[in-house]
Write a protein that binds this ligand. Structure first.
Ligand code: ADP
Length: 546
């Protein structure tokens, strides 16, 4: 027997309709590429996203067409989020930090029809335009006065295009499984791969962002989206913001410490979201200018994901900012939220140090995501916080396959292999110990490079650290610690090893430490271990380390 409840489709257009009905006056604050701070409301975004839908229709855009963006976080990008997907087209957000050859590849692979871009990317667009095979026209996301002087075919001005249209538009009643947006993984190996989200997956994921044990976004919150809208849809926050009516603050191109700090202070931001690298820049600005964030800011929580939140970072946000770090894990293939590290009632009696030990874990799943860890043969491993294995995930906002790629991705239970290696404890807290390809295999056992890196960055003279496995005659592989010292600080090889002693198992201690000026990063700010391994290919461990 079927239930008799209404089968209303879960659509992205319904999110902005809801925001307009219930939170029309709530502000969206954007730092613009042109310079000034821009203020508008959910009501304005609602009106202009309908104008966008009319403009796209006038350009001949059909349902299912891919519309690309090369843009920072800002109100115009948000109008495209709702306008493009709302009308049934697919919003393809491009990460401008990818290599130009990768951008060329994905635009052609996605067969993008139009490309909307922020002024910062005009030179990039001009350079790549001749290589884009499917793009019929370009739209500069600015007004007439700021139009870039570039020579690309069919160049339009966003403000003219949108403002010429009527704000009357009836959103189509799409099937909720219709594709809504497309995001390519950064592709550390091989070509980037496209993850194609649907209206249904996006709306369900938004519920998870708003859930109390999720990110807990709500109408009382003023959220600073430092995580870019070209990076897994800013972790889904523009959609979730519309769902709950949170005030959103968009930093545009200003991701440096000073710009981020000023926005936090001036807009009374309560919740900020971003990857560890941006917070390091914020800390540097605060330290160099002897600022008093705890007194000057209203920050209460910081969501950190994309790579592991170092314990020292959680500690500094707590002590200097009075802000609680919510550690989260996910990936492009998971929309991205997989786990979130909120505390349980039993942690209330914990000391600050014990709490930090919980916070360094990537957290628990929210309803919708199921996780398992398995060994090399696909057998499930216990959730005891000790056994570590390949982390597998399934759920309604987890991918089932890549765009334009017929390769079967899921195991016989429908789980997707995340490529991460993790433990899960009895309370369900998951902790990433490595990427499958980065784990160090020593004497038949696994050493977690991430645990070693986290321990090393706890040293006050260490700015950044990476650990890779290097070949070893007897043990197969042994860890090598590569360190970028903080400016003006000095630390020796022996001091660092002594510092690590007691923090990790003795047989995990690196066999050598080398000092470098910088480490290679991917377009999304992750350490490029592949490159490091190449760089240290001919490196030989000291003899005594046998
Ligand atoms: P995202 O856009 O969310 O960074 P990517 O698809 O670029 O997603 O990368 C996902 C990978 O990033 C994960 O598989 C994992 O290896 C790493 N990652 C994400 N969050 C964390 C975290 N909190 N701790 C450790 N690694 C993380």
């Amino acid at each position: 027997m079927l239930g008799l409840m209404q089968n209303r489709p879960l659509l992205i257009s319904s999110l902005i309709e809801h925001a307009n009905a219930c939170h029309p006056g709530t502000e969206i604050v954007s730092r613009t590429v042109e310079g000034p701070i821009h203020r508008c409301t959910y009501g304005d975004i609602h009106r202009r996203s309908k104008q966008v839908a009319n403009a796209l229709t006038a350009l001949g855009v059909e349902p299912g067409d891919r519309i690309a963006t090369l843009a920072w976080n800002g109100y115009r990008h948000m109008e495209l989020y709702f306008g493009v997907s709302g009308m049934g087209a697919v919003l393809h957000t491009i990460n401008p930090r990818l290599f130009p050859e990768q951008i060329e590849y994905i635009v052609n692979h996605a067969e993008d029809q139009y490309l909307f871009f922020d002024l910062s990317f005009a030179p990039l667009v001009a350079k790549l335009a001749p290589a884009f095979r499917s793009v019929k026209g370009f739209v500069a996301m600015t007004d007439r006065a700021h139009m870039p002087a570039i020579d690309v075919p069919n160049l339009n001005c966003y403000e003219e295009l949108v403002e010429a249209q009527s704000p009357e538009y009836a959103w189509p009643a799409l099937d909720e499984n219709t594709a809504s947006s497309l995001c390519y993984t950064s592709g550390t190996t091989g070509h980037p791969k496209g993850v194609l989200y649907s209206h249904r997956s996006t709306v369900l994921h938004s519920f998870a962002v708003c859930a109390a044990d999720g990110i807990g976004l709500g109408s009382a919150e003023c959220a600073l989206l430092v995580v870019p809208m070209f990076h897994v849809n800013a972790w889904g926050t523009p959609y979730a913001g519309a769902m709950c009516g949170a005030r959103l603050v968009m930093p545009g191109p200003g991701l440096d410490g000073k710009s981020v700090y000023e926005l936090m202070r001036d807009e009374k931001v309560t919740l900020a979201l971003g990857v560890p690298t941006v917070w390091l820049m914020l800390f540097k600005h605060v330290d160099e200018n002897r600022l008093a964030p705890k007194r000057e800011l209203s920050l209460q929580r910081v969501v950190i994901g994309g790579s592991a939140a170092p314990q020292a970072m959680c500690e500094k946000f707590d002590s200097d900012f009075g802000a609680f770090v919510v550690h989260a894990w996910g990936m492009t293939e998971m929309s991205p939220l997989g786990t979130i590290c909120n505390l349980l009632p039993k942690h209330a009696s914990f000391t600050a140090r014990q709490r930090l030990d919980v916070q360094k874990k990537q957290g628990r799943t929210i309803f919708g995501v199921e996780l398992k860890i398995v060994d090399g043969e696909g057998r499930r491993l216990p959730h005891d916080g000790v056994a570590f294995g390949h982390l597998m995930a399934r759920g309604p906002w987890v991918t089932s396959g890549y765009f334009g790629d017929s390769e079967a991705l899921l195991d016989n239970e429908g789980y997707f292999d995340t490529g991460d290696v993790a433990t899960i404890d009895a309370d369900g807290y998951m902790q990433i110990t490595d990427r499958s390809k980065d784990v160090i295999k020593s004497g038949g056992e696994w050493i977690s490079s991430i645990d070693l890196e986290n321990a090393a960055v706890g040293h006050p003279a260490v700015a950044e650290a990476a650990v890779i496995g290097v070949p070893h005659e007897k043990w197969q592989e042994r860890p090598l610690l590569i360190v970028v010292p903080k400016q003006g600080h000095e630390v020796s090889h022996d001091e660092l090893l002594a510092f690590l002693e007691g923090k990790v198992a003795k047989w995990w201690l690196p066999d050598d430490v080398v000092f470098v000026d910088e480490l290679p990063h991917t377009a999304t700010g992750k350490l490029q271990k592949l490159k490091l391994r190449e760089q240290f290919r001919d490196y030989r461990l000291p003899e005594r380390a046998a």
